[in-house]
Design a protein around this ligand. Structure first.
Ligand SMILES: NC(=O)c1ccc[n+]([C@@H]2O[C@H](COP(=O)([O-])OP(=O)(O)OC[C@H]3O[C@@H](n4cnc5c(N)ncnc54)[C@H](OP(=O)(O)O)[C@@H]3O)[C@@H](O)[C@H]2O)c1
Length: 407
């Protein structure tokens, strides 16, 4: 990791590190998603805009806040801790400023740095989920107050919303109360994997949202089993998807390794197909042996070739739908009776009506009907994030979720 000054000097020991603006005003002027350096003029202008935005925050004290620390992507493939990020400002009346207590790590965090996407400019601040406490609210925020424990799901387009910093600013509809039974570490798991699983099932696969556990079982018993294939059942996303699908009355067929098969079964998968000594085609055949030609729902959480294999497991006669969460080649031939679910998690941020999915998820997690995966906590703050992302990239977590404690 290097420490970087915004205007050129790079060093490993200086504490006078990079300076970032905390506004989204400069972000609005940018449309590209490939990172590029920010000019000094752009920086100064965005700093000015940042200074002028205080009036919309009803509870902003008038004193200037001390700079904060963030883990930045300072250049292509390069992280740096910056200790002098301007305190982020609330720019619209619907925004909430959150003090970060714990952040969840996700594959997209390291992929976007390795492959240089989802970073409109350098330096940028990544991180898409957190749990923390409300520090300030905009004048139109009525249901959250200073001090509330919350979790949030964020989006890469606004640098103020990157969660790898001590404070971040996000729209109010993306902020949920943290259920009392959940720690900050557990709450930091909800914004990406859990919400993706929930929206994939309920919004894009049109699976019924269960109101209660008992109702889900009644539905399943009366309607007969309806299968769903979850390829990657032990991924963090898969663990939430298994539980949510099960509670919606579906019979889950999960694909995992041998070492995580019992985990998937414990979470509610009725059938677990282990992949260790099977080709993907053999796995698809095993799915067909269970569901016959009746499988109409599939989620692929692994990618490259497994999405195509899900297609071969789906019914050849009934209308089916595949949600490819990881990767599906554009050139893949899609059978006429199958549609591809257009899963785009940015919808949660840009369409406030999708909050209802997060609220339903929050009820299930808050009541203990859905449990959070085993969490491995890295202590030591933002300095541990880069190391955590490397661990995640190696992929040897066997279903555990990596969370970094910030405060
Ligand atoms: N589109 C979206 O918005 C969205 C949202 C969330 C996640 N994702 C994507 O979904 C993927 C998973 O993310 P995550 O955070 O849930 O993952 P994760 O927990 O980091 O996934 C790691 C797990 O993947 C499993 N795995 C690897 N190869 C497999 C295979 N061939 N078959 C079955 N399981 C396999 C391994 O399970 P075993 O221990 O069983 O080997 C490993 O424990 C990533 O590519 C991520 O980018 C996309």
């Amino acid at each position: 990791m290097v420490l970087k000054c915004l205007f050129g000097c790079i060093g490993r020991s200086s504490r006078n590190t990079s300076v970032l603006t905390g506004t989204n005003a400069d972000e609005k002027r940018r449309h590209k998603t490939t990172a590029e350096p920010q000019s000094k003029e752009a920086f100064v202008e965005s700093q000015r805009l940042s200074d002028s935005s205080d009036s919309v925050a009803s509870s902003l004290p008038s004193r200037r806040k001390a700079p904060i620390t963030a883990l930045c992507v300072v250049a292509k493939h390069t992280y740096g801790i910056a200790a002098d990020i301007p305190y982020p400002s609330i720019d619209t009346s619907d925004e909430v400023l959150i003090r970060t207590h714990a952040v969840g790590l996700n594959p997209i965090d390291w992929k976007s740095v390795d492959y240089n996407f989802c970073m409109p400019s350098f330096p940028w601040i990544g991180g898409r989920e957190l749990a923390g406490t409300v520090e300030e609210v905009g004048s139109n925020v009525k249901e959250l107050k200073v001090g509330d424990r919350v979790w949030a799901s964020t989006y890469y387009r606004d640098r103020r919303a990157g969660t790898f910093q001590e404070f971040c600013v996000v729209p109010q509809h993306t902020v949920l109360p943290l259920p009392p039974r959940l720690s900050f570490d557990a709450g930091a798991c909800l914004g990406v994997a859990a919400l993706t699983a929930a929206m994939t099932l309920w919004k894009w696969l049109h699976v019924t949202v269960p109101i209660s556990f008992s109702e889900a079982h009644t539905t399943a018993a009366s309607a007969g089993p309806r299968h769903i294939l979850i390829w990657g059942g032990s991924t963090v996303t898969g663990q939430f998807a298994i539980q949510l699908a099960r509670h919606s009355g579906l019979s889950v067929i999960a694909v995992t390794s041998e070492k995580t098969a019992t985990l998937a079964a414990r979470l509610g998968a009725e059938h677990v197909i282990t992949r260790d000594h099977r080709t993907n085609d053999e796995i698809a055949a095993a799915v067909r042996a269970i569901a016959e030609d009746d499988l109409t729902l599939a989620i692929d959480i692994v990618g490259n070739t497994t999405g195509a294999c899900c297609l071969t497991a789906l019914s050849t006669t009934r209308p089916g739908v595949l949600a490819p969460l990881a990767f599906l080649k554009d050139a893949e031939v899609i059978p006429q009776n199958v549609s591809i679910a257009p899963v785009e998690m940015k919808r949660f941020i840009i369409e406030d009506g999708n909050r209802l999915y997060a609220e339903a998820l929050n009820r299930l997690v808050g009541s203990g009907v859905v449990t959070v995966p085993e969490v491995e906590v890295l202590h030591g703050g933002l300095q541990r994030v880069e190391e955590g992302l490397q661990t995640l990239k190696r992929g040897d977590l066997s279903g555990r979720k990596l969370v970094v404690r910030i405060a």
